[in-house]
Write a protein that binds this ligand. Structure first.
Ligand code: MN3
Length: 202
């Protein structure tokens, strides 16, 4: 079974007024993410050792093997982007009560969480990702990873929310102003409802 580009859970023009235009989503999902999926399927076809493995198994298998770096990069980016589309919502930004309580418990305040997330996303040098995860001790943490790495590949915990900070994710809307893209995500686009659902089911 070939890997497939997931369908976006909202219309491509649904966030145009909230800082993510249709062209950004069309290019990012339809071109960038599709390219990772196509490349991954090519590797699976040409490397018998990958046959029948799940995406998570391919990421684990290729992570520490330098000869499989291109496999890791494309598999990781497929997983990361699949998380990212689910982390966006046209009605995002509002933090529901169970998640809010847990954020206050683990960060001291909602503002402290937002500051930590902004800091992680802004200081990820070059390309990468910022994450809200539930760690092995049941505590919320903000982490960042470079390129195609993720909390899954780095063993940082269970992903609740992520933000892509590769330039292709914000250049049309925010040019070089990554901090504005990050703040807009937290305030208007972040799907905290889903993060809470994942927290509850953990
Ligand atoms: Mn991307």
């Amino acid at each position: 079974m070939a890997f497939e580009l997931p369908t976006l859970p909202y219309a491509v023009n649904s966030m145009a007024d909230a800082g993510m235009c249709q062209e950004t989503l069309e290019l990012h999902h339809g071109k960038h993410h599709q390219t990772y999926v196509t490349a991954l399927n090519g590797f699976v076809e040409s490397k018998p050792e990958l046959a029948g493995k799940s995406l998570e198994e391919i990421i684990a298998h290729s992570r520490a093997d330098a000869s499989l770096t291109p496999v890791f990069n494309n598999a990781g980016q497929h997983w990361n982007h699949s998380q990212f589309w689910e982390s966006l919502s046209p009605k995002g930004g509002a933090i529901p009560p169970v998640l809010e309580k847990k954020l206050i418990e683990d960060f001291g305040s909602v503002d402290a969480f937002k500051t930590a997330f902004r800091q992680a996303a802004a200081t990820q040098f070059g390309s990468g990702w910022a994450w809200l995860v539930l760690d092995a001790d049941g505590k919320l943490q903000v982490t960042k990873t470079s390129n195609a790495a993720s909390p899954l590949s780095e063993g940082q915990g269970r992903t609740l929310l992520t933000l892509d900070v590769w330039e292709h994710s914000y250049y049309l809307d925010f040019r070089n102003r990554r901090p504005d893209y990050i703040t807009n995500f937290i305030e208007n686009l972040a799907n905290f409802e889903r993060a809470e659902e994942l927290l509850k089911s953990a």
